[in-house]
Design a binder for this molecule. Structure first.
Ligand SMILES: [Zn+2]
Length: 179
């Protein structure tokens, strides 16, 4: 995938909608991929998403069409690509400072660096959806091909999520070759 520059108006929306978003209100700040604890003294890499063209799912789960933090990445899980990207979802890979106030961590988007951007019109047809799993995990990122690929590449075969996700991948209309 060629790197896309995020349009200025989109960058403004991202900055406004994620500003002050609370992270790790209770408990440690953990990598959303591998679970390692993240020290928030430096900039942290984050995936952000906006579900913007999956109308049935948005209506069913009442998902607002705004930018949301998807997954924090510890230094072990940093990446330089959003591939494979997903159609219907705007995706951003960014790094930003984390602000701490009274023990509450929040996103400081005033100094965000957008590393990669994939508009919703780009990417593979969305993977098949298991609503029960989505609600149980509370993780809309599992609608993204890149997150599914990460699960299959990194979690042990015996992990309960792996077989559920493999089933979804097998049921999907289009499957990225790298998954
Ligand atoms: Zn990690």
């Amino acid at each position: 995938m060629k790197t896309q520059t995020i349009p200025p108006e989109e960058r403004t929306l991202l900055t406004e909608q994620l500003y002050g978003e609370e992270i790790a209100v209770s408990g440690p700040f953990q990598c959303d991929l591998c679970g390692r604890e993240i020290t928030a003294s430096n900039r942290v890499m984050y995936d952000a998403l906006r579900i913007s063209d999956l109308p049935k799912l948005q209506a069913t789960l009442d998902i607002p069409e705004c930018w949301m933090l998807d997954a924090a990445r510890c230094s072990h899980c940093e990446t330089d690509t959003l591939d494979p990207t997903t159609n219907g979802i705007d995706e951003v890979l960014m790094s930003l400072p984390i602000h701490e106030s009274n023990g509450v961590l929040s996103a400081d988007t005033t100094e965000v660096t957008v590393l990669e951007y994939s508009p919703s019109a780009d990417g593979y047809y969305p993977p098949a959806v298991n609503l029960g799993m989505l609600v149980r995990q509370g993780d809309l990122g599992l609608l993204r091909w890149s997150r599914l690929k990460w699960v299959l590449d990194h979690l042990p075969q015996a992990h309960p999520l792996v077989s559920d996700i493999q089933t979804l991948v097998d049921q999907s209309i289009e499957k990225p070759p790298e998954v």
